[in-house]
Design a protein around this ligand. Sequence first.
Ligand code: ADP
Ligand code: MG
Length: 690
Amino acid sequence: MYLPGVGPKKADILKQELKIVSYEDLVYYFPYKYVDRSRIYAIREIDPSMQHIQLKGRIASLKTVGDGRTKRLSAVFTDETGSIELVWFKGLKFVKDSILPDQIYIVFGKPSVFNGVINIVHPELERFQENKPRIQAGFQPHYNTTEKMKSNFLNSKAIQKLVHNLFLSYNGKVPETLPASLIEKNKLMYLDEALRTIHFPQNLYNLDKARYRLKFEELFYIQLNILKLKTQRKLNIHGHVFSRVGEYLNRFYTDQLPFALTEAQKRVIREMRQDLGSGKQMNRLLQGDVGSGKTLVALMVMLIALDNNFQTCLMAPTEILATQHFETISKLIEPLNIKTALLTGSTKKSERDAIHAALRDGSMQILIGTHALIEETVIFNNLGLVIIDEQHRFGVEQRARLWKKNQNPPHVLVMTATPIPRTLAMTIYGDLDVSVIDELPPGRKPIQTLHYYHNKRNQLNKFLLQEINKGRQVYVVYPLIEESEKLDFKNLSEGYEYMQKAFPNYKTVMVHGRMKPSEKDEAMQEFSSGRAQIMVATTVIEVGVNVPNASVMVIESAERFGLSQLHQLRGRVGRGAEQSYCILMTSYKLAEETRKRMEIMVRTTDGFEIAEADMKIRGPGDLEGTQQSGLPFDLKIASLSKDGRILQMARDLAQEILNQDPTLEKPENQILTRQLTKLARAKLNWSMIS
Ligand code: ADP
Ligand code: MG
C-alpha cells in the first residue's frame, strides 16, 4: 500500500488476486517471459515479419482522421533513416494529450502492413530523457495478471513499474539467504543481484545465472527440510529390532514359496532386513511396476515381524484390493497357523469386536484391511511393522496416523506401483529410503498395446471372440469421472448391455463403485472363478486386481485417462503365461497431447519411462499421485521436470551439510535454520512432506 503507485485499492487487489502483501512477495513474483528491448532499430531496417520492434525518434505530425468506426489517431514518426505511421483506434484523446511536441520517444510495437504500407498499431510510447534511467532497457519482463487486475490498471507493465519503483526506493541490498561458502563454492549469484536480474536482466547470460541461483535456492531448502527431518528421525527414534529370522519365515521359504524369487525381490528383501535389524526405524518406499511381485515381498517382511513377536498390518486403498490381499496371503500361509484377519468398512460389528479384542490381547498376528485400520478404535498390543500398498491413494497424514499405533513407532513400508519420476520421488518421498524391484517374474510376455478408433468395433469384437474362444477373459473399462458421473454411468451400463448382446454365448458381469459390496464381490467372484468371461467395469479395478487368466484389457474412451492410469489399467493383464493385449479405444479426432499419450502407451510398457513422459506432458503438479498426496508447496521458479540436475545437486549439498552438522547448530549454518523456520511459517503445509 505504501509503495509509490499502489495505494489501498490496488494493494487489496494484489492481495486478492496474487496473494502479494509485502515487498518481499512482490519481488518474488517473477516474470514468465521477457521481450528483448535491448536493441533500438532504425526505421529503414523494419521488416513486417518482425514480432516486435523498438525505434527512437520524434513525432513529426499528429492528426485525427476518418470518422465513425474508422476514426483514428495517426502520427508520423521519424528518425534519421525514414518515417513510419503510428495508429491508435482507442483512447485517442488520452494519447493525443499525453504526447509532447519536440520530444524524443522510444516506440515499441509490432509492425503490420496496411494497404501496402508498414505501420504500428497501438505502440507503446516512452519519453526518452538523457539523464533518466529507462525502465526497460534490456529485456522487458512480462508478468501474469488477471482480468480483474487489468481492469484496475494493474497490467504487466504496471507490475513492472511497481517492481522498478521498489528497487529504486530500496537502498540496501536484499539480505542473503544462503551461506556465503555455499555461494562461493558453487559460483552462485548473490540473492540481491539475482532478484534484480530476474526482473530486469541486461543480457541472457545474467538472466540464466539469476534463474539458476533462484531455482537452486528453492530446491535446496525443500531438500534441506526433508533431509533434516529424516536425519533427526534416525537420530531420535529407536526402531524395534527384528534380529531373528525364525520359524515362520523359514518354513514359508522352504515349504510354501510357490516359485523362485526374482533377483530383484531378493535384493529388496535384503535391503529391508538390514533396516529392520539396525535399531533404527525403517521408512522405506518400495517401487515396483505392476506385476513385479510386491505382495510376496510384503508377506515375507511381515513374517520377519512375526518371528520377532510383533504384530503387523497391511493397508490397501480399496475394499476389493484388501480382500484380494487377504485371500492371497491367507492361502499362502495356510499351513503356518497364523492368526490373520480382514478389516474393512463392511466388516460386521460382532466380527469387528472380536478382531479388536484379538488385536489388543496380541493374539491377532496379521491384520489386513482398508482405511478402517487407522480408526482410533483399532488398538494393537505390539505393532512392529506397517505396510501400505499403493501409496498414491493415501495422504501423508494417514501414514502418520499409523505411526501412532505403537508408543515406539513401527517400521513403515510403503509400496507403490505408480512409478514416479525420480525428481518427484525425491521431493514427495524425499524422507524415505527407496528400494526398487526392476525386474518382472520370468516367463511374462510383454503386453501388446493397440490403438483403435471407434469405427473398428466390429474388428475388435471378432478379436475378442477369438481370445474368449481360446479360454481367455476380457476386461472392458469405462471412465467414470465425478463431474459427469451420470453420463458416464449411462455409457457404462450401455456398454454392459452391448457386450451381453454381442457375446450372447458368454457371460458378462459388471462392477462399479456404486454397487453394494456384496454385489461387487459376487461379480468379482464370477469373473475370477472363470464363470464369467467378460467384465465391464469402471476404474475400481485399476488397482491390484489379479486374475491371471484375463489377457485382454479394452479401455473405452481411452482419451479421458491419464498416462499413469492407463498404465495401471494395462497392468491388470499380462499376469499369466499367455500373450496379453491392451486395446485403447478412442474417437478419431484427438488433441495433439492425447495422441502423444496413446503413442507412448503403444510404444512402451516401462512404467518409469511412462512416468517421465507424463511429467513432461503435463507438468508435475497435475500428475496423479501428487493430486491425492498433494505437492505440499508451490514451486515459484524451479521445475521438477526440467531441473533434475539442479535438484540432485541441491540434495547432495544439503546432505553434505547435514552430515557435518545434523542439527544445523554451527554458527555458519544459523542462516539455514533461520531460513527453514521462516519458510515453515510461510508454508504451513511444509510439515506434510515428512
Ligand atoms: P504387484 O507388484 O503388482 O503387487 P503381485 O504381487 O500382485 O504384483 O504379483 C503379480 C503376480 O506375480 C502374482 O500372481 C504373483 O503370484 C506372481 N509372482 C510374484 N513373484 C513371483 C516370482 N518370483 N515368480 C513368479 N511369479 C511371481
Ligand atoms: Mg499389488
